[in-house]
Design a protein. Structure first.
Length: 439
């Protein structure tokens, strides 16, 4: 979103207010009405709001109750657990008396019906601030709170399924994923099964490019189900793609590290099934960490839920839309091909304005030739992408490690003569041109 770029920088001593609302008109109205008297930032979702809270100490939050994805109610509830000192003014266009009563009981400062009247909002903000509920300077620390003996530092992310927090114990930092019970009993049971499966998978894995697990609990009678995992001080690959912050060598290194990690898990009899940029973390020094094995499949295991279609559609293979019973490790290779294409071209190979059209494109349509989008892409790299993105699993690389070998062959010594001659090169190129993948 770009509302913040339209607001002139405010003096640092002004109270800081965060507006969280998925309606652009409301965000713009509140930014225009409150800026100047307050330092105002805006977020168009609970997820973006959580990210901003982690980076800035806000004095007050104005949040819409009814938002798509993680609702304002859920966002408020999660924030209250970690930052109980921040007052919330909750807004809604669909007021319910029961909501007003319950949310105020839970600690909301006020429940405000839309359309919001600025004079009333001004008075509520001033009242909340004057009551001393929030007196935080940039040097103040958050009040200490704990989870299972771990000191909670901050929230790393909020999603439909759970909350991930940064915690500390004994001078070491960890990430804790806490399952949320905000669905039907049947849906909650499925979530617990996926939590258990992720823990089972991560227990089997010891690889430098995959997050480690240290502790877990799946018995909700003993508290909220959780996973204690390695904390990775890095950014999602999706952020790097959006910001175009990686050079060619970093991109190649990321693809090789992901491929090497996938080869490892495949040899352990595990399929990730949700390989996407959001599940790939990249540290400042370029180390990749794959995370979120929540829908992974363990071959021949009780933890494999068969017959279901899971994953993030834009990165799924054609065969994965049929049944989980029909897929194998080659589905992850296809997903890595989609990531590679997006990483080097800036766009995804398959698109559609509806889910049906997206699935149809993945199954039936040929993507644009990468070199037409980005002429600086080498022909060998386009060939490697083609072999990952073949709609026929039998024509893809026979293993993820073959991707590493192919890249190493073409980048060895960065020598043009090396990559253009020799029997090995001719054989490899003939393997890559199995069929016409591009338009």
């Amino acid at each position: 979103m770009n509302e913040n770029h339209k607001t002139a920088p405010a003096p640092v001593n002004l109270p800081k207010i965060l507006v969280v609302d998925d309606e652009e008109a409301i965000r713009k109205f509140l930014l225009a009405g409150l800026s100047g008297k307050y330092h105002v930032e805006a977020a168009d979702s609970s997820e973006e709001g959580a990210d901003k809270i982690n980076r800035t100490n806000f004095d007050l939050i104005i949040c819409n109750i009814n938002m798509s994805g993680v609702s304002g109610k859920e966002f408020f509830t999660e924030c209250r657990k970690i930052f109980p000192e921040i007052p919330f003014i909750l807004t809604t266009g669909m007021p319910k008396f029961s909501d007003a009563v319950n949310l105020v009981k839970e600690g909301a400062f006020y429940y405000l019906t839309k359309p919001v009247e600025l004079p009333l909002l001004y008075s509520l903000i001033e009242k909340a601030l004057s009551e001393g509920r929030v007196k935080i300077s940039p040097d103040d620390s958050r009040p200490e709170s704990e989870f299972m003996g771990y000191k909670i530092i901050r929230t790393l992310g909020v999603g439909n399924v759970g909350t991930v927090m940064l915690v500390e114990k004994g001078g070491n930092y960890f990430a804790v994923k806490i399952l949320r019970n905000n669905t039907t009993p049947e849906g909650y049971a499925i979530r617990i099964r996926r939590f258990a499966r992720e823990a089972e998978i991560l227990r089997r894995i010891d690889h430098p490019n995959i997050v480690k697990i240290y502790d877990c609990n799946f018995d909700d009678s003993k508290g909220s189900p959780y996973l204690i995992m390695e904390h990775v001080d890095g950014r999602q690959l999706s952020q790097h793609i959006k910001q175009k912050s990686l050079d060619f060598d970093r991109k190649i290194s990321i693809i090789k590290q992901v491929a090497d990690a996938l080869d490892y898990v495949h040899r352990q009899g595990i399929i990730h099934r949700d390989v996407k940029p959001e599940n790939i973390l990249v540290t400042e020094d370029g180390v990749v960490k794959i995370t979120d094995f929540g829908i992974g499949k363990i071959m021949d295991s009780e933890f494999a839920i068969t017959g279901d279609v899971m994953g993030s559609p834009a990165y799924m293979s054609p065969e994965s839309f049929d049944s989980a019973q029909t897929i194998d490790y080659r589905t992850d290779i296809f997903s890595l091909g989609v990531i590679c294409y997006e990483l080097f071209t800036g766009v995804r190979p398959f698109d559609g304005d509806t889910l049906y059209k997206l699935i149809d494109a993945i199954r039936e349509k040929k993507p644009e030739e990468p070199m037409k989008i980005n002429p600086r892409i080498d022909s060998w790299l386009q060939d490697v992408m083609a072999k990952m993105l073949d709609k026929n699993p039998d024509k893809r690389f026979i293993s993820a490690f073959e991707i590493v070998k192919a890249i190493n062959h073409y980048t060895a010594g960065n020598n043009a003569e090396h990559v253009s001659s020799g029997m090995t090169t001719r054989i490899l190129r003939s393997m890559l041109f199995m069929n016409n993948v591009w338009k």
